[in-house]
Design a protein around this ligand. Structure first.
Ligand code: KIV
Ligand code: ZN
Length: 375
């Protein structure tokens, strides 16, 4: 089974999240963390965008990380030269190919778009760099034209083609068919870049890999334009745990990486976020907690453990808590309680839960100490 390459765009599409802008020291720390995590490519930014952006990309290139560094460029000489000057390993060029975007934004003929793309690929390859080509809005592009432009850049020597679902309108079944058709038409590695407008970015990325895609574009915590991009942690763990498909990601750093980006963006993840959210391995219901205490896979998927992603399992006390769960938590914390005291503690916890109160571990221990008479 082939390994899937992970292309992280937290520092480029992720930074296009409304309200997010990383100062250079944040960009450097995120790049180092992504390298520690083991991503194959870090899209460090869009060098032509500003002086600061150019400096940030160049600084990340000079960190000499194991991950390869990529810079984004429109199919415009100034953009491509700026990316080349920043020293990136891979220049990611993009151009609109859908009718709606051609008509309203670039206003070029389809032939011109193909010729400009081919010339850009040749120019980048002549400078000894890798080149990735994105047909922007691929999922709303007429299929024959899409195949024609990808074939033309393949013949020009492109290293990777990217299929962006720019406005997030793909669905897993249709995206699977599109990637399969492109896979049969092309020899060059295929990368996918999915947006989450309908909450399908991860599902579409998964479907694309099953259809033969070689590389996935993801961001930490799924940040990115509008509703964001496919979440790195979710895509990697779906491939690993549900499909047995490996990447180079050291999954034990997934939570640590997520927390760093949470801190630098200022966007707190909802606790029920899959894989890395606070509640991803937390159990409150007595029935679940009782099962999990005996054997974790009774009420967890089993093919993924908290340790695999750098998380921890938590038994949370609330009004759904069971006696067994409370007893186990108290015993783990060193309290020895008889059955009578346990009943009193149990009732107090339920009483607080019914009043809508959150019962923290500390609350539980305080209740226990009051009941036992230590307070
Ligand atoms: O969403 C998109 O199409 C992009 C391109 C630059 C690949 O981000
Ligand atoms: Zn995008």
């Amino acid at each position: 089974m082939k390994r899937i390459s992970v292309f992280d765009t937290t520092l480029r599409d992720g930074e296009q999240t409304p309200g997010v802008s990383f100062p250079i020291n944040y960009k450097i720390q995120i790049a180092k963390q992504l390298d520690k995590l083991g991503v194959d490519y870090i899209e460090a930014g869009f060098p032509v965008a500003s002086k600061g952006e150019f400096e940030a990309v160049k600084t990340i290139v000079n960190l000499d990380l194991d991950s390869k560094i990529c810079g984004l460029a429109r199919i415009v000489k100034e953009d491509i030269d700026s990316a080349l000057d920043s020293g990136v390993d891979l220049v990611h060029i993009f151009i609109s190919t859908s009718k709606i975007q051609i008509d309203y934004t670039i206003k070029k003929s389809r032939e011109e778009i193909i010729n400009d793309s081919v010339e850009a690929v040749e120019y980048i390859k002549d400078h000894g760099r890798e080149c990735m080509f994105s047909a922007m809005d691929a999922t709303r592009t007429e299929i024959d034209y899409l195949k024609e432009i990808y074939k033309a850049v393949e013949e020009a020597g492109v290293d990777i083609i990217n299929v962006p679902d720019t406005v997030g309108v793909a669905t897993p079944f249709r995206f699977h068919n599109l990637i399969k058709e492109l896979r049969e038409h092309l020899k060059v590695p295929i990368d996918v870049h999915c947006h989450n407008d309908f909450g399908l970015a991860v599902a579409n990325t998964h479907a694309a890999v099953l259809a033969g895609a070689d590389q996935v574009q993801v961001t930490v915590n799924g940040i990115g334009e509008r509703a964001g991009n496919a979440s790195l942690a979710e895509v990697v763990m779906i491939l690993k745990s549900l499909e047995g498909i490996e990447t180079n990601i050291r999954t034990e750093y997934l939570v640590e990486t997520s927390r760093l980006v949470e801190r630098f963006t200022g966007f707190r993840l909802p606790p029920n976020t899959p894989i890395v959210g606070d509640n991803a391995f937390s159990h409150e219901s007595g029935i679940h907690a009782h099962g999990v205490i005996k054997e974790a896979s009774t009420f967890e998927p089993g093919v993924i453990t908290p340790e695999m992603v750098g998380h921890r399992r938590r038994i949370v006390i609330g009004k759904h808590a069971g006696r067994h769960q409370i007893k186990k938590m108290l015993e783990d914390a060193g309290y020895i309680v008889n059955e009578e005291d346990l009943t009193k503690i149990f009732e107090k916890v339920k009483e607080l839960g019914d009043k809508g109160k959150k019962v923290t571990d500390l609350d539980l221990f305080t209740i226990a100490e009051v009941v036992i008479g230590e307070l």
